[in-house]
Design a protein. Sequence first.
Length: 200
Amino acid sequence: MEEAKEAALFKDLPAQRAKGDELWLMELASKKDRRPHVMQALMWLQRQREKGSARMTRALVDCGVHLPDTELCVDHASWVKLEQPTTKDHGQQRQQILDSMRIEPFVYEPEPTELGPADRHPWHGVAGDVWFGDVGAGSGLFAAVFKEAGARCRFLMEPQGPKRQRAVTNAGGAEAVFETVQQVDPVDVPWVHILQGGPE
C-alpha cells in the first residue's frame, strides 16, 4: 500500500472522496511486474475481512476463469481449481460479447426507380428568391455555398461565439439567428425552400 501511494500512478478522486485499499492496489497493478504481488495483497485483504475464510473475491475468480493461461498470483492454479472452468453466466456473457462483434450495420437499399416526367415546364422557375435555413451552421461553410449559388439565408442556428459571427458573414446575413434547434419553437422558425444542417 505504501508503494502504491508513493507512486500515485493515477489521478486523485473528486474532492472529499478517499481511495480505498483495493483502488490503490489496482493502480499499482498497472505495473506488470507488480501484478502477482498485488493479487496476493488483494487475497490477503479478502482473508482478513472474512476472518481467515479461504475464499477468493469474485473479481479474482472472474480473472482466473477468463484468463486461465495467465499467472495472476503465486498459487493461481490452486485457486482456479476450486472453480468451475466456466459458469452459465460466464458463458452467456462471453457469447454476448462475441455476438456483438458479429453484428453488421443495417444498410438501406431502396428499390430502383426511374426518373419520371417533370411536373412543370422547364421554363417555369421560382418567381422570387430561393431561401434556405441552416440548422447546424458552424462557421457557415455550407451557407456560403448556398449563397454563392444564389440562395438567400432566412435563418441559421449556431450558439453565440466567433463561429456564429463568421456564419452570418458567410451566409451574407440572416433574417433570424437562433441558438440551437432544441431551444426554438418550430412555429417561430421561418419557412424556407431549403433546409440544411452542415456535414452532420
